[in-house]
Design a protein around this ligand. Sequence first.
Ligand SMILES: [Zn+2]
Length: 683
Amino acid sequence: MDAPINPLLAPWDAPFGLPPFDLVRPEHFRPAFERGMREHREELARIATRHDAPTFDNTLAAFDASGRLLSRVEALFHNLAASATSDALQAVQREMAAPLAAHWSSVYMDAALFERVDALHAGRDSLGLGAEQRRLLERVHLDFVRAGARLRGGARQRYAQLMQRLAELTTTFAQNVLHDEASYALPLRGEADLAGLPDFLRAAAHQAARERGIGAGHAITLARSLIVPFLTFSPRRDLREQAWRAWVSRGEHAGAHDNRPIAREILALRREQAALHGHASYADYALADTMARSQAQVWALLDQVWVKAVPALARERDLLEAARRAHGAPDDALEPWDWRYWAEQVRRERYALDDAELKAYFPLPAMVEAAFDCARRLFGLRFTLRDDLGTYHGDARAYEVADADGRVVGLFLQDNFARAGKRSGAWMSALQWQHRNGFEAKPVVLNNNNFARGDGQSPTLLSLDDVRTLFHEFGHGLHGLLSDVGYERLSGTQVLRDFVELPSQLFEHWIDEPEVLKRHARHHRSGEPIPDTLIERVRAARRFGQAYESVRYSASALVDMAAHAATEPIDDIVAFEQRVLAERGAPVVAGLNHRLAHFQHLFSGSSYAAGYYVYLWAEVLDTDAYDAFVEAGDPFDAEVAQRVRRWIYSSGNSVEPGAAYEAFRGRAASIEPMLRERGLIDD
Ligand SMILES: [Zn+2]
């Protein structure tokens, strides 16, 4: 009898090379990873042991095209582990983290292979390479060097060990956060607990209780789409405090899922990794491969915002305190769990703006349509639902994407709802990157959001923040879909990480355009477009609350930088975090976006370590970039849109990012538009 076929190893012949989602089981992954790694090693050995001299084609292009079985299995696995995980998948994740890290280490430490890449790099001026080929050569060479290809002897062995141990630790860190989020729910019993909560939140809390099997009827979980509105609307200070404490202490519970020792060890290993590269700190090592290039640039940017945001926060706080006095609240200190609630009161009273009123105009399907429509008006793209294509979960919908002339560009999968087995947050990923190396690969791009689902009686309604998140991830999605490069390593979002948030944050600007709102934001019951007066009030209120966001964000970025710039061991990450914040005079009442024990950007992988600043860096670029449309007098100006497509959304990493930006804008970016947008300098 034939052995049963592993669907991961059979050809994937569905449209767009989609995986056979319905056939894949957790037990298929380990053998598929092992086969993928073996094939990859064999391909690389063939490149490394060639007898002829290295050329771009026989070494660089071949390297870029290698390991495709492994890549497709890894991409699928990471997507499932994030969006539709299970105990069995988590077990595979823990089991495979070290072997996969060892594999990738061995690829970039392969001496014979590096010798060929290094020889090409040394002679790069005389190879007659095109601009993109040269960029690929420089990029891949740097990948090798940064992964330790030049290390020798004991240092080499130690480096590989570090990479494996880091892979295990970052996997555990992410799973621990998931565990703490999955194991907490605040049951709401009866009207006394539900008082003040708008309908959409009651519906979402009801849905959450059902999914968690909680009898109470309603529950608040730590999903952002529940916890943030709960803190905003619930007048029950005691319940807000309970929920807040659970939210900010994720990862910080003694026992089997404690992230404090994990984060401490990750930081220590990263310091050692940096030292092997000759850097004094991990921040120095990480920043060497960014647009910022050095710590000094990052500190300067963060300082500039921090010194303005802290006094601005005090002014916001005065408004909150005044509201508390006017409402006869107890004459005690404003606590962190009070801030959002009182800010909402101020928003209502000062700007006559009520989140629940606003949400009625943002039903999810219309907002998805709005994002598609903006992409059509800017870039001529068309999105067609392909419900004939199976995906990994009923929530994930597939859209075929075509260009203005009908040419199929790629496939877009959007998975919008929070649910058990899906990690929190919002992100873009890919099952296939665009490239033309060997064959014409069409991108298959995913967006994940975590919106609270409507209860069936009312549709899913988004807050303005949710809509921004939807547009943000969609911007990343376009960066993947519009990619137009020759080589996979240079494709889509595989750019320097302080450039990667530019396409996403830039796209958020279109949802603030009154014209876009009038067209798409319609009341879910009456179908009436959002009134001008409400748009006006949104604009007026936009600056209010910016100081709170700026402080929370910058505080997290400062802690990230301090932790990774440290040249001494950090024994207690909680004490360290408190010390950094105290030294900076951080207002405790604002809190921070992420505390170290659940700071997934830093510890669920390495790509954002010493890199939380990148959102602010990219904001300097996106606010300056959007001004190009403002200057043209039309948010859909065809000529500006064409340039933004060419230099920002399509060029991937085929052009140096600073040069790409200047090609688009005709000059380098200025910081003023960002400061103005955040209300930190006057118009
Ligand atoms: Zn992003």
